[in-house]
Write a protein that binds this ligand. Structure first.
Ligand code: SAH
Length: 204
């Protein structure tokens, strides 16, 4: 996966590549899909949701420019795979999932794997996590037309947000930098994520 998918497509951050070698992706996919865990595609995880393609997880992670000191907010825990990657590379991860049926097994697995720097919440991630704000980085792993207002407010100045911005079935991976209270976005690649559903999401 690292040698055939991530490196040839330009993932360079050594810490990111090492983390992808370390975190066992097969533990995050349903038993019946386990032999496909390292394939170059997203996989279904139940509740009509997916674990993102390895390259997309790597690209989003690299875009966050993590050094190990950051507090990160993740919207869309899903399988918990991205949460584990972030927990390896940053100080603290706060992750929110709206489906309790996905959140619970992800919590259990991440605890079992020994992660102590991940905090979990079940609810509408478009509202953010005001009690724990501000965050140095925010990652939205579901499609949205724009960054939900509460999330941009909960980002530190000089912080970064990575999110798939667009419409249903067609988005652009975008990295926003907060500079003097203003978000400025830079477009990366086209992508397709499941919709962000919530008060400030693509669908209510
Ligand atoms: N990061 C995940 C990808 C999950 S797909 C992984 O590595 O497996 C996106 C997830 O976002 C889905 O689980 C979906 O239920 C969740 N989601 C969608 N809208 C949400 C919202 N408003 N708040 C929290 N989670 C949301």
């Amino acid at each position: 996966m690292v040698e055939e998918q991530l490196i040839p497509r330009g993932i360079q951050d050594k810490r990111v590549l090492q983390t992808f070698l370390k975190v066992e992706r097969h533990r995050f996919v349903p038993a019946e899909a386990r032999e496909k865990a390292y394939g170059d595609y997203p996989l279904p995880i139940g509740e009509k949701q997916t674990i993102s393609q390895p390259y997309m997880v790597a690209l989003m992670t690299e875009c966050l420019q993590l050094r190990g000191t950051e507090r990160i907010l993740e919207i869309g825990t899903g399988s918990g795979y991205q949460s584990a990657i972030l927990a390896e590379l940053a100080k603290e991860v706060y992750t929110i999932e709206r489906h309790a049926l996905l959140a619970e097994p992800a919590h259990r697995l991440l605890r079992e794997m020994g992660y102590k720097n991940i905090s979990f919440k079940v609810g509408d991630g478009t509202l953010g996590w005001p009690e724990q704000a501000p965050f140095d980085r925010i990652i939205i792993t579901a499609a949205t037309a724009e960054v939900p207002d509460p999330l941009s407010k909960q980002l530190t100045d000089d912080g970064l947000i990575v999110a798939p911005i667009g419409e249903l079935f067609s988005q652009t991976l975008t990295v926003f930098h907060k500079d003097h209270g203003q978000l400025r976005g830079e477009s990366f690649t086209s992508c397709v994520f499941v919709p962000l559903i919530g008060k400030f999401g693509l669908q209510h």
